[in-house]
Design a binder for this molecule. Structure first.
Ligand SMILES: C[S@@+](CC[C@H](N)C(=O)[O-])C[C@H]1O[C@@H](n2cnc3c(N)ncnc32)[C@H](O)[C@@H]1O
Length: 211
């Protein structure tokens, strides 16, 4: 585990998620993240759970398993378990490309701001489908590439190398909505919107894919 992972964990926890504490003054939290996670039900798996910024939003009757590949973020995450209203059934070190679970174990899988960073989106989406029960749902919130031929997309391409180095492999130019549509879910409900962030991270999608 590199120094870079440790630095990213500290930077993300301190400045981006603001110690994983929900900020309802933030419109993305209030209007998008909280309503999305309110849809979670049953046995939930969250991949790339970071420092646990989603934990306060899970409904009380959910049982949530957390997966995170960065052990420094996992340590922050463990600090957040006490006091949340859902039941946290465990926190594991692991990657979305190879989920350490059998088939059809979860009712809900969650990824927020994760598919921008994974090494292989197609493999992660196949794994999500594999571990979902029939009728299960994948809840997602991601920043994505700006529209083709736009100035914002050109800026995203220019910033990608530096952004990726600072952001632990995060890419600004992924068409994650298309990847989810192509992954073979039974149905995909997706909404595009602009988050109140700098223009190059503003294009977002939020939605639910069903198996
Ligand atoms: C921008 S952070 C988002 C954290 C959290 N989901 C949130 O919304 O605050 C991206 C997260 O994805 C994780 N990640 C990166 N590559 C991953 C992979 N291949 N599989 C699972 N998680 C991954 C990172 O360790 C990090 O926790």
């Amino acid at each position: 585990m590199s120094l870079r992972k440790r630095w990213f964990a500290w930077m993300y926890h301190t400045f981006v998620s603001r110690t994983g504490t929900p900020d309802f003054a933030d419109t993305l939290t209030r209007e998008v993240r909280a309503p999305l996670l309110a849809r979670a039900r049953g046995q939930v798996l969250e991949i790339g759970a970071g420092d646990g910024a989603n934990l306060p939003f899970y409904p009380s009757q959910t049982q949530v398993t957390l997966l995170e590949p960065n052990r420094y973020l996992l340590a922050y995450l463990r600090d957040r378990w006490p006091g949340v209203r859902c039941t946290v059934t465990g926190g594991l070190l692991g990657w979305g490309e190879r989920l350490p679970f059998g088939e059809r174990q979860f009712d809900t899988v969650v990824a927020t701001h994760v598919l921008c960073s994974v090494r292989d989106q197609g493999q992660v989406l196949a794994e999500i489908k594999r571990v979902l029960r029939p009728g299960g749902q994948f809840l997602f919130l991601e920043h994505v590439a700006a529209p083709p031929r736009s100035l914002t997309l050109a800026v995203q391409h220019a910033l990608n190398p530096a952004w990726s180095a600072l952001g632990d492999g995060c890419r600004l130019t992924r068409d994650t909505g298309a990847a989810i549509q192509a992954a073979g879910f039974r149905s995909v409900e997706v909404r595009s919107f602009r988050a109140p962030y700098p223009p190059f991270v503003s294009p977002h999608i939020v939605g639910v894919a069903l198996v």
